[in-house]
Every structure is written in C-alpha cells, then in structure tokens.
Design a protein. Sequence first.
Lengths: 470, 505
Amino acid sequence: MGGFFAEETNAMRNDDRNETLKVPLFADLTRRDLLRMGAVGGAGLALGNLWFLPAFAAPPKPGARAKSVIQIWMWGGPSHLDTFDPKPEAGSDFSGPLDHPIETNVSGIRICELMPNLAKCAEKYSIVRGMTHGVNAHETASYEVQTGRASGGTNVYPGVGAVVSYFKGVNAGYKGLIPPYIVLTEPQGRFADEGFLGLRYQPFATGGDPAQTRFAVEGVVLQGISDQRQQGRRQLLHDLDALDKALRDDPRMAPWKESERQAYELILGDGGKVFDLSQEKDEMRDRYGRNTFGQSCLAARRLVERGVPYITINYQGGWDTHKENFQTMRRRVPEMDKAMATLLADLSEHGLLDSTIVWWSGEFGRTPKVQWEAPWNGGRGHWGQVFSAVVAGGGFAGGQVIGSSDARGEEVKDRPVYPMDLISSIYTLLGIDLHAPLPHPLGQTVFVGPAKEENVRTAGMLREIMGARA
Amino acid sequence: MGVHPVLDAASTPGRGGDAVARGRIDELVFTHLAKVGVAPAGLSSDEVFLRRAYLDAIGTLPTAQEAAAFLASADPGRRASLIDQLLQRGEFSVYWAMKWSDLLRIKAEFPIDLWPTAAQEYYGWLRESLEKNKPYDQFARELLTSSGSNFRVGPVNFYRAVQNREPQSLAQAVALTFMGARTEKWPAARRADMAVFFSQVGYKPTGEWKEEIVFFDRGKPLPTAAAVFPDGTRTRLQAGRDPRLDFAGWLIGPRNPYFARNIVNRVWAWLYGRGIIDEPDDIRPDNPPLYPDLLDFLEAELISASYDLKHIFRLILNSSTYQLSSIPRSSKPEAARNFASYPVRRLDAEVLVDALNQITGTSEQYSSSVPEPYTIMPSGERAIALPDGSISSPFLELFGRSPRDTGMESERNNRPTALQRLHLLNSSQIERRIEQGPALQEILRKPDPRAMLTGLYLTVLSRYPTEEEVRIAAAYQQSSGLDRRNAAIDVAWALINSTEFLYRH
C-alpha cells in the first residue's frame, strides 16, 4: 500500500507537463519550493490573505471533460444488497424478500428489482462494487469516503466539495453569484466539509424544500416577504443607514458594498432564479417526482447549467436501516430510482452529462446477513467491509461494473476500490492535479492526492472507466 | 440628508468639535499628524463614544437604559468614569478571555487536541487570571513554567495547544504569543537557539483517560548548556534546573526588548483595530512601528504600573486619539495609516450574535460535536463566554470566528461576504428573531410611534433618532402600505442591517 503516486506519477506528468504548474517530482517538492511559488503561507503569512492567493488550479486540461459534480450523498449508508449489488443466490437470510433482481439494458448487469428506471439506462453509469474502508461508524466513515483519508490524524482534511470549490471556485475565476459549493438542502452537520481549508470553502446549504410551491432557499427567498416589500426594505435601509452615507466614498467600505450587491442580485435579481423551479415545465417536474429528492435533482441540474462546480444532494432518506430494512427500501428506493434515472436522462438531453460527474454513495453499506430478530425485525447494521458506489458522466464510461463483492456481499472479491481511488478519479476528470498543494493554515505541505508517507490505502484510480478522453 | 448630527458630530455646531490633545498619546500623534499635514477627524459624539467603548472594552452592546443614562449625564468627566466602570465589569474579563483564548488556542479537538476537560481547565485559569487582573508578567510566567496535569493545572495546556511538540514548535508558539514574533522569519540559528529552552518539556500519560502530565523531563537531552536568548544574550543552563525558568526570567525582565512592547502594541491593536506595529504579531526589524515613541511610552507605562494591563487600557481609551470620529476629514491615503480617524470594522462574530440576542431577547444554541456525545451549552449562554473553540454554531462559523488553530491574530476573519449579508438581510432565522424575539416585541408594541422608534434606536444603535430619521420611518409606513406592526418590523430590520449597527465605528 502507499505506492499510489509511484504508480500514477509518470502517466500524469506526461499529460500535465505544460498545463499545470511546473511542480517538480512530487517527492522532491520541498516546503521552500512551495513558499517560493506562493503556494502555502508559512504560519507567517496572514491567514486572512491566504484564501485570496491565486489558485493553483490550472485551466482544465485539454483531456479533462468534467466541469461539475453532483454528489448524491446517501447519508446513513444504504444497503448495497438492496440497491446495486443484489445477492439472491446467497439465500433469503441475505437477500430477504428482495430476491428478484432485474436485468438492466446492459447485458450481464442486474440491479435491485426496486429500480426499474435505472435498469433501463445502465449504459449511462458504472457500478463500483468493491468499495471498501472497513469503518463502521457514521462520522468516521463519512469523513473517509469524502476526504479519502482515514480520520484521526492531526489534519482535518477537506471533503471533495471543498477541494473542488477551491480549485474551481472563486480562486479559479468562477464568477457565479451562486456559491461554488451548494448543498441541497441541509448540511451534513457531523462532518466539517471544509476541513483545514476554512470557512470560505464551506458549502452553502440551501435549507427550504424544493418540493414546496416556493423553494425557500435560506437567505435568498424569505417566505411571507414579497418582492415589493424587499425593494421597500432595501430603500429604507439605505435611507436610514447614516454611517453608510457618511462613508459613501470610503474605499474601506468597498467589500461591504460589494457583498450587498451580490446578496441582492440573489434576492431580487436574476441570480436567485436558478432556484425557482416553477420555471420548469410541469411535465419535467413530474418526471423527477414531486418529492424533496426528486426536486433536489432537478435543482441540481439547473445549478449545473449555471456552471456551479459542485452540488451535494444530502439525501436524508432514512438509509440507516437498522430496523425493518425492507419496508424502508420498498418505500424509498423507487423514489430514488425515478429521480436518479431522470437526472441522468435530463443531463444527457441537455448535453451536460459529458461534462457532469454524478457520484452516488453512502458512507458504507449494510450488514449482508439480515437481522431478523427483535428489535431489528429484518434490519441491517453498518458495513464498511464492502459496499457500492455509482459514477456517471464527466468522462466516466457507463455500462460497466468495477470489481465485485463475494457471494454474500460480505467482503471484496475482486478489485477493491478505496475512497481515495474514487476521489482521485473524480479530481483527475475535473483536471485537478493530484500533485497540487492545498493551502494549509500552518503552512504544512499538504496535497490534493496523498503523499507516499501518508500511507493512504489505495488500489489505483478507476482507469478502467476513465480511458476514453474527448 | 447631509451631515449626520451624531455620527459626524465634529461638523455639527454645538457637538463634538475638534479633538484636543489630552495626554502624551495625543501629543505624539497630533504632532506627527500636523507635521505630515493630515487633519485628524473631529472628536466623536457621546453617542458614538458610548457604543464604541462598550464594544471595544467589554464586547457588549449597551442596553437602552445604559445608553439613555449616559446620554443624560452632564458630568464633564462622564467619559472617563464610564471607562472606569467598564474596566470593572464582569464582561471585561469574559471578553478578554475570548480574545486570549484565540491566542492561546483553547480548543478541545482538531487540530489542536486539548480534549474538553483540559480546554475547560485552561480556560478556567485564564478567566480567573483576568478577573483578578493578574499582573501580566506573572500571567506569562505561569503559562511558560507550569508543570502538572492538563486536567488540574490549566496553564500547562499552553504546551499542549500546539500541533507539534517539537522544541522548535513550542518555541514558535512562545515567540508568537509573548514576543509578537514569527520565528519562521528568523535565521535558523536563532530558532534553534530558542528551541534549546524548550527541549526538556516532557509529556506523560496517567491512568486516567486523556489525562497527561506536562513536566520538566531531565531524561531528555539538552542540546547545549551554553544557551542564547533571542536577543543574543548568552546564559549557562544548570543541570537539574528547568530551562523554561531561565527563558521566562529573561522574557519578563524589565529590559526585555520584546515582552512589554508586544503586549502594549497588541492592546492598542485590539482597541484600535490596527497596531502601532501592524500586524501586531509580526514584530521584526523590517516592520517598524508607525509611532516608535508612542510604543516606547506605552511600554514604559506598563512597566512602571507593575504590568497592570488595565492601566494601558485606561490610557488608550481616555485618549482623544482613540476617541476620534470614524469619519475622516482627510481623504489622503496616509490619514488612515497615521491614526487620523478611528478605523471602522465589522463586529466580531461572537459580539454580533450576542448583540442580536440582546436586542431581540433570543438565544443561540452552541454545541460541540467532539467528542460524542455532543456538548450542548445551556440556553442563554453568551458567545463571548464560550470556553472552548470546539463549541460553536453555524452563525459563528459564517461570521469568521477564529478557528484557534495557530494563535495568529489574523485567524479571525471579519471581512463581509455575500453569504453573511444574505443571512442578515433575508434568512428565516434573523426574520424570526425580529418578528418574534420577546425583547423586541415589547418595543414594537409601544402605542406611541415616537416612543417606539426611540426605543428601537436606543436598543439597536444606542442613540436617539434624529428628526430626519423620525420622518423617514413615518414616511415608510405610508409609502409601504404596511400596517404599523409590519412597518415597525421593517424599521427594526433596517437598523439591524445597517452599517452603523454591524460595524464598530
């Protein structure tokens, strides 16, 4: 383990030679080099300024197709056996009543019977069946799946969304008013996505419910306050703000004025319209399903259209099915199936699937052997030994299955994929250099990808489905 | 509307007026300003001074009653006596404990790894030291030389609140905290020399979960007995004696070139928003003080006052320089740099949320996710009194509270962002506070419109409304077509969103 860069470096360096910074061979990079390049502040560099350093993000490499990511975050850890890795042959103590998986339109791939819509479009996505990290607690598993690193070190690493926000966001010339990293609708809470990157790379959590008549995005749409009253309030604020008037031309107040301009562009201007789902045809809204997840997927597509680089849909679907797993799955998976299949089709119809990575995963899978006894009554516990993830678009080929679990879905059989492998694949498709440094508040040298000495577990990127480059 | 009679008092006949030099600080600053041809701003009005002094000295907004009482006073010494009162209030030590907690990195976990029990003990020692107004030399000495359990001897956590326990890292934290110096900008030899004094700091576990003893570890090798202090002075370390004692003795000696200078410069920066040497924790030969003689003066004052920091607070707060209006008279770029007007800056996250809670009569919930189970603070706790950086809320994070990772002043980020503005202008949380907060409802319910408006102004802005403002508020109700209650809500909303409320000025 730990030879990740030893395997990857040459290929990547050949690809990247001209586009990215002239970063010397990874292992040779010294702290002084980085300082000279302005990559990291020593503890000596003002932290407040650090966030404004020019990004290390080079423009996307010619081969990099992906511009945006939609992460469908299956908080709680959905059962892999009851979604993308069915095991009817293991018997009913494993498959439970969901023992009739359906064939997809790609020969040889079958998925859970509760997903007929996804079964019709398997050419669009690939299933990674050998995901593994072995962690069985929500927080630490969430951290590892989304940062690629095991928890517990001295550094709190940023999640993928924060890293993308850093490289594709304001530092990289992203001009959108919508923050570059959006969470629909509630933040993950128990996981500080921004890690050591700090406040500025936190996601913007919309709040509200896109399935309501008006999607009350927190801060953008205030229920009960009409646009006319908003305008009246704004004028009143200007009439009464004595200090603002007294310092009208004072350059010190420029950031304040700019922040207000941006805020009102979202509240009253066109900026906030991206969240107005009533601009979509009824038929389209129905296709996604008139529920929070379905409409979140629709909102995510609209955000991608506006160039937002990273959107997490925090799908709080009750996937932590310790009790009565099958009742929950029967209730929730069809909703997921419909919305996710529509999202892939809709992105494709808009010509966006090629440049948008859709990533579906929870923090782990679930105990393959059903716990029939009370109080679980057919429940499944946490299972980090093996679970499934799904990737689509943005340069990931569809219609493939990567790796496998064993006959009962308990262990990896072929081709393990560690969180870092999946995450690095996503970065690479986005054109984010794994050798690029991240700004660290103490000036430590930390890179997007793992340095050898970190001993991050890896079995290599998903080259199997990243081959075709535009 | 023209010149505002309260904010721009110097230009209004009968109020404020020109600032006159009232002591050594002002003599030094005003003489220099005259020499460079920059006109200082006028003296701030009583209203502006009142609000500023509360926010700067105790991180707390004056209540409507406190504001009204001060503004009614005809005592010519009212500003000085207000300053004396503020320095005696309980919030003084609460607020400065918050500031010191940033510097001392008081935080339970990640990446500073104190553990909650130890963070509480560390904070408890800090609060008590400030409540007692412990002389600053003694305060520093205790932090640098203590030994014992992290759960029982608060200050030993100074050596644990680091991301790396190598002697050079410990020296780095000591230099940053007490010398305002960044060792990474020093020659390597000086860094190594200073590290010698911290090469025998030992750590050992006990039988209790997460308990750790910090002690003088004779078993660790001392790189050399011929040690050199950062100013080049040489000393011989004695075997069997904790070298931290030698270092502390050197540091707090009256002729030390860093110690008193660092802290008076910091106090100036804390109150005034900008250091005489700026940034205040970047003292080095090529970052000279703006007013060297002012720094010398304050340094000498601290030493002759036996390291009583309140003496320095009092000197600065009573100066006309500190009490200048924030509205500059000179638009020359060097004016701001030369302390010709009070620098405006957005309220600190904790101060802001406390002020919002005070105005509306609501509370914020703070919690810590480490370690499980969550720590939930009792409702009504003030943000400035939170003992541990791991205890937080989304509001505090959004508004740039210090993450307490490095102890650097710049970790606190008071720059306004669009997301902060969205939250204040248009979020359901703030709207709910305004529409339902019990303290605000009491004001909004007042039948007489003028009494209502007066109550709002005193509560939010700590001053009375002008006639012009009364007129604007009345006109708003008419033009908006809103009922009285909703129009009043909008006025409260506007005041809370105004620069005048959200900034120290």
